[in-house]
Design a protein around this ligand. Structure first.
Ligand code: C2E
Ligand code: MG
Ligand code: MG
Ligand code: MG
Length: 290
């Protein structure tokens, strides 16, 4: 679509009437192709959710999972959310996709309960456009009611960038979630611009330490120090900490020493489909066969 191409032209930082390079042409062609395919993706049932376990460092037990969207396009093959979520944000399709993610999560939790399996709390990522809507807490709560699922099984992730765009609005929405009994977490923490005074007023229960700090914390002193400070900060604010992108035993050991509560990352498991997640991580939670 023309406005998508224009968006890329503007984002290049040059005059939009300037020479349209081959590279820019390729990027906008890809954006157009993806945008068109994305249009039919919901109707064609091309989305699915993968689940990545979250584990407590003190008990070694699974405490939750993050739901991550996957798109298998019939025409384009697998497309990463890092590529299509920003496009869906641009086009407004993110609202419908975001609602699908919430519904699919509620449906899966209900399925586990019906199968006699005690679920773990599932964390869902929120987009900027979703978070802008004043009725988001009402929508989420209505979906939980519709599927007869307790709010205790759901967690919502908001990136630090989104949370800090309009702190007053953020506080209002987060307080509303709190009233519905829905826990919230700040995602990719450390990469945005939280003012400490606002952070302390955000009623979130968890900080997710961005994986960029975890990646080099065993070799880079600065990253190691930042991770330690985030953990201390969270402890003072009585928030839980989870480290994202933990890939090695060395990282796990350092995080444990620093007092981090939980971890998520390839060291435990990659994001996996629901059936695999059930077999590998919820086996111990099977209560009865209905
Ligand atoms: P995120 O929410 O920060 O999710 C974590 C990303 O890190 C996921 O990428 C996950 O697969 C990846 N990851 C997890 N452990 C490791 C590790 O040990 N090493 C490395 N290198 N990576 C790891 P993914 O699934 O590609 O998702 C990328 C981003 O797309 C997410 O970042 C999130 O911002 C967005 N996203 C994914 N699903 C949804 C969704 O349903 N709704 C919205 N609005 N955004 C989503
Ligand atoms: Mg996330
Ligand atoms: Mg993250
Ligand atoms: Mg991220």
């Amino acid at each position: 679509r023309a406005d998508t191409a224009m968006y890329y032209a503007k984002r290049s930082g040059r005059n939009q009437y300037a020479f349209f390079s081959e590279e820019m042409q390729a990027i906008s062609t890809r954006a157009l192709t993806l945008g068109n395919a994305l249009h039919d993706a919901l109707d064609q049932a091309e989305f699915s959710l993968y689940y990545q376990p979250q584990v407590s460092l003190s008990t070694g037990k699974i405490i939750g999972a993050e739901a991550l969207i996957r798109w298998h396009s019939k025409t384009l093959g697998d497309v990463s959310p890092a590529e299509f979520i920003p496009l869906a944000e641009e086009s407004g399709q993110i609202l419908a996709i975001g609602e699908w993610v919430l519904r699919e999560t509620a449906r899966q939790i209900k399925q586990w309960l019906d199968d006699g399996i005690e679920p773990v709390r599932i964390a869902v990522n929120l987009s900027y456009a979703q978070f802008q809507a004043n009725d988001l807490p009402l929508i989420v709560s209505a979906i939980l009611n519709e599927y007869d699922v307790s709010a205790k099984y759901l967690e919502l992730e908001l990136t630090e960038r989104i949370a800090t765009k309009n702190p007053k609005h953020t506080i209002t929405i987060l307080e509303s979630f709190q009233q519905y009994g829905i826990k919230t977490a700040i995602d990719d923490f450390g990469t945005g611009y939280s003012s400490l005074s606002y952070l302390q007023r955000f009623p979130v229960y968890k900080l997710k330490i961005d994986q960029s700090f975890i990646r080099n914390m065993t070799t880079n002193k600065n990253d190691y120090v930042i991770v330690g400070i985030i953990i201390l900060l969270a402890q003072q604010l009585e928030m839980t900490t989870i480290a994202e992108g933990v890939e090695t035993k060395e990282q796990l050991d350092l995080l444990k020493q620093l007092g981090c509560d939980d971890i998520q990352g390839y060291h435990i498991s990659r994001p996996i489909p629901a059936d695999e997640f059930t077999r590998h991580f919820l086996e111990a939670n099977i209560k009865s066969k209905n």
